[in-house]
Design a protein around this ligand. Structure first.
Ligand code: ADP
Length: 608
């Protein structure tokens, strides 16, 4: 009993442990998933940012590089421009990005000039409709935009710059118009812009952007096919996409942003190095000694960028970036995880991991249960074997005692009467037969269990086998005054059987019916044909078997508790031998029973 409680406690403990592990695993998995989602969001945003930064730098590099100043344009001195053109072509990974350069005067006087890359000079051309359109855009100073991505054009104003601030693009302080208010800016410009002398127009090659730069960047930052990438214009038209994005993107950033943060790289090539080294202040060139640069985006949609440039004690303040450009950029890069979103991907992964984890826990629980179950069975089996040894010893003791005392009497010459001597002889013979029958049964079980017994199957008549079995049981039937009804159909087809073995199986069933008949004196053996099978039944009106035990009676050594308590002799092997024999014939044996009413055992064999 104590052991049973121990097993129960162990099972309950294990169950609780598994539940706790399951809950912990769920919590841990949730925490891991949350932080992984955060990490992936951050990473996606970072990569989208770098993608934009690289793209913008490419545009900015081109844009700011070509600011040569009005003096050279007015003097038709194209050497500085050609130098910069060659410098840019040598540095850039996409020399095809700018397909054409034009220059025209701010007042629209004279014919526009077109850059001839071979001759390294600008030559006059006609006012084409596109150039006219570009020119008209430059005339609307309020809405002037450096980036005209809709027509793939950059427009660089060339100012009549003051002498000592060369090569830096200046612009008016951007309008500090509060969102929603349409009034004129109330903050005065940091500095009046120098007069615009003319405009350098850079025509961008749409194909290079679409087919080279964007795919290159997509491959560089989102190479693993985990993300769908799309680039759309400000009115939502797709420019480039690796796959169709549905729903909310995981990360976004702006393209075509001439961000002031990056401006110092491009102010001009002489300044670039020193500016990168001294981000906040420092000597930049022989012309410009100090600068500070701040950017504020406060409550406006446009940024204010101030560049303070000092030359000796004299301070010049300039506003430094592209005219009127909003820092938000003009195209939008969107990245979305191929699972629909990072959150969806993380949720999928989480459920997959949880399923795996719970699967392992479940398996653990099942194996522990299976181990407990088989340990329990092994224990019960061992107990049954012990019971078997004691009951067999008990069974042996009675006939041995009878034989011993009969022999002793004979040896002591207790009787000289020949009829008495003959009775002793009969007694010894009877008990000896019982003993050898018991030994036979045990040997039979052992032989069958070790697989040593071989049946010799040949076509046999069922009725004959049944009557043989009854004949074998006849002495016992007579001794117990039991009437046996033989209801075997003589016209049954033959079955493939080992005559002796099948007869022994039927004898075992008849012996049980006699043993457990409970005062009744009726046993019936019948053999019928049905569903292509021969059914041999042994029926009695004995003590019957309870429902719980009906499933176990064919197990070796099993004996019902009631028969053990009632001290009915037996070793628990009879039915397991019947089962072995019947199954060796390709058939099976079943039992129906009701306690106090009787039992019916049926052997079903395939017929020829
Ligand atoms: P044994 O009869 O030696 O105990 P068996 O293997 O022949 O072993 O039978 C197993 C158990 O099945 C018996 O102990 C008994 O409880 C039950 N049993 C078998 N036959 C009958 C029957 N005809 N009536 C009632 N109980 C039976």
């Amino acid at each position: 009993m104590r052991r049973n409680y121990f097993t129960l406690f162990l099972a309950a403990g294990l169950f609780i442990l598994l539940i706790v592990l399951g809950v912990l695993q769920y919590r841990w998995q949730t925490e891991i998933s949350d932080s992984e989602a955060q990490r992936m969001h951050k990473l996606a945003q970072e990569y989208a940012g770098r993608f934009s930064e690289d793209f913008n730098k490419e545009i900015q590099n081109a844009y700011f590089n070509f600011d040569v100043g009005a003096d050279d344009w007015s003097a038709a001195n194209y050497h500085p421009f050609v130098d910069r053109y060659e410098f840019w072509r040598a540095k850039t990974a996409y020399p095809g990005l700018i397909s054409e350069f034009y220059f025209f005067n701010a007042e629209g006087k004279n014919a526009p000039l077109k850059f001839d890359a071979e001759e390294k000079t600008f030559t006059p051309v006609e006012w084409s409709p596109e150039l006219k359109e570009i020119y008209s855009r430059t005339q609307d100073q309020k809405n002037f935009r450096a980036v005209n991505e809709d027509i793939y054009t950059l427009i660089l104003p060339e100012h009549e710059s003051p002498q000592r601030v060369e090569h830096i693009i200046l612009r008016r302080s951007p309008a500090m118009v509060k969102l929603g208010e349409q009034k004129e800016p109330d903050i005065p410009p940091a500095l009046e812009m120098p007069k615009t002398y003319g405009y350098l127009v850079m025509r961008l090659d749409e194909g290079v952007i679409r087919d080279k730069i964007l795919p290159d960047l997509a491959a560089k930052y989102f190479d693993d096919n985990d993300y769908r990438i799309s680039v759309t214009t400000s009115d939502g038209k797709p420019v480039y996409e690796t796959a169709n994005l549905k729903g909310v993107p995981d990360a976004q950033s702006s393209l075509f942003e001439l961000s002031p943060n990056d401006v110092y790289f491009f102010a001009n090539r002489d300044l670039a190095n020193s500016l990168t080294e001294h981000k906040e202040s420092g000597t930049m060139t022989s012309h410009i000694e100090n600068r500070t640069m701040t950017r504020s985006v406060s409550n406006t949609s446009q940024g204010t960028v101030q560049v303070e440039i000092q030359n000796g004690g004299q301070q010049k303040t300039r506003v430094f970036t592209t005219t009127g450009d909003s820092p938000e950029g003009r195209w939008t890069l969107s990245a979305q995880h191929s699972a629909g979103s990072i959150d969806a991907y993380i949720a999928n992964t989480k459920y997959r991991n949880l399923a795996g984890g719970f699967g392992i826990l479940g398996l653990l629980g099942l194996s522990a249960g299976a181990i407990m179950f088989s340990a329990q069975r092994a224990k019960a089996y061992a107990q049954r074997q012990i019971d078997f040894v004691s009951s067999v010893s008990h069974e042996f003791r009675t006939p041995l005692a009878v034989i011993y005392s009969a022999g002793e009497n004979l040896a002591d010459g207790v009787t000289n009467d020949p009829s008495q001597t003959a009775r002793y002889g009969e007694l010894i013979k009877g008990e000896g037969r019982k003993l050898s029958a018991m030994v036979e049964q045990i040997l039979e079980f052992a032989g069958a269990s070790s697989g040593k017994r071989k049946l010799s199957l040949r076509p046999a008549s069922v009725a004959e086998i049944v009557s043989d079995a009854i004949a074998e049981c006849r002495p016992l039937l007579d001794a117990q005054n039991v009437e046996l009804e033989n209801d075997a159909d003589v016209s049954l087809p033959t079955v493939n059987a080992d005559h002796a073995a099948l007869s022994r199986a039927i004898q075992n069933l008849i012996t049980n019916s006699i043993k457990y008949r409970d005062g009744s004196s009726w046993v019936r053996v019948s053999a019928r044909n049905g569903d292509g099978k021969v059914k041999i039944s042994v029926e009695d009106r004995g003590i019957g078997i309870s429902k719980d035990e009906l499933g176990q009676i064919f197990e070796p050594f099993y004996r019902a508790k009631s028969v053990v308590d009632a001290q009915i002799h037996g070793n628990g092997l009879g039915l397991s031998i019947v089962k072995q024999i019947v199954e060796a014939h390709g058939g099976h044996v079943t039992a129906e029973s009701e306690p106090g009413v009787g039992s019916k055992f049926t052997i079903e064999l395939p017929c020829n």
